[in-house]
Design a protein around this ligand. Sequence first.
Ligand code: FE2
Length: 387
Amino acid sequence: MSTEIKNLKDLQNVEYSLEKLFSEAEDFLPLLGTDYVELYVGNAKQSALYYKTAFGFQSEAYAGLETGLKDRVSYVLKQDKIRLVLTTPLTSDSPINEHLRKHGDGVKVIALWVEDATKAFEETTKRGAKPFMEPTREEDENGHVIRSGIYTYGETVHIFVERKNYQGVFLPGYRKWESHYNPEPTGLKFIDHMVGNVDWNEMNTWCEFYKKVMGFAQIISFDDNDISTEYTALMSKVMSNGNGRIKFPINEPAEGKKKSQIEEYIDFYEGAGVQHIAVATNDIVATVSAMRDRGVEFLYVPETYYDDLRERVGDIEEDVEVLKQHGILIDRDDEGYLLQLFTKPVVDRPTMFFEIIQRKGAQSFGKGNFKALFESIEREQENRGTL
Ligand code: FE2
């Protein structure tokens, strides 16, 4: 009896210290959500039209020559909670050109919404983060914002945004962007997760970075046994912040008979970077069919994928025929199921793409779809001659 009580106490102690560890980890960098995602692109005006037309983003804010900027232009697009910023340099000596020359169009900034951007900067840099932007106060007639930033993998950065004292449309310096062209939204709600591709043997380094520097915890791990086809393989770990609002899976290539999609990405992006942005919808069929009608290209799986679907995922509310028609993938875990579909790369280099995801209880990432998905990507790689 006494041993049992002792064990129980020990167990409670362990639980207590784990909890303490976790709440400490949670506390030093509380994140309220994703604030915005900024892409450096070759022609922001035309990219903005693409994201409005094809994805249903709405015109939100603008900064450029007309607002006093001399060297760059930025368009801010919004759909529900998702904010995209598209930025293009206006002069040859802007450092943004260097980023574009090397990486092509891609994500530069994953901005995180915080209560205190100065503290976020101090806490992360003291734990080893490389500074990108010292805490900076920006203001206009609508109040003030404090932003700070640190580097993550590759040349990607996290900017911490403190906006509790700001009522303007986006950030100081931006004005409302009025447009007579306002295509309907497609039902995209918020960013579910954002995936980083890093180089060979770098996954653990960057997972450690998110653990140590940002207080994240690893929630899932996949190795090449989970994620491999006859030809290609990759490894992945999913890092999450304390409240689970921010999830960053990190991929690295693994040895396979042929070149994996991660290697292809690293080759064309010329380094580590954001591979995909997963956006949530409440009605994936409506979202995907609207996007497809507006010109977005999605990966396709062979019809045989649906043959054993019932055995694999059991009963689902959706009509399998409709899902099949749209090529939507389904996976189940202990908590429920999810529906997902991936676009082809949205830029000319085979680098960044989007995932559309609808969660029905499941909190996982579609492990059961990896094989079908990879085979689908391999067919695309084959076409590109990069397999
Ligand atoms: Fe994903």
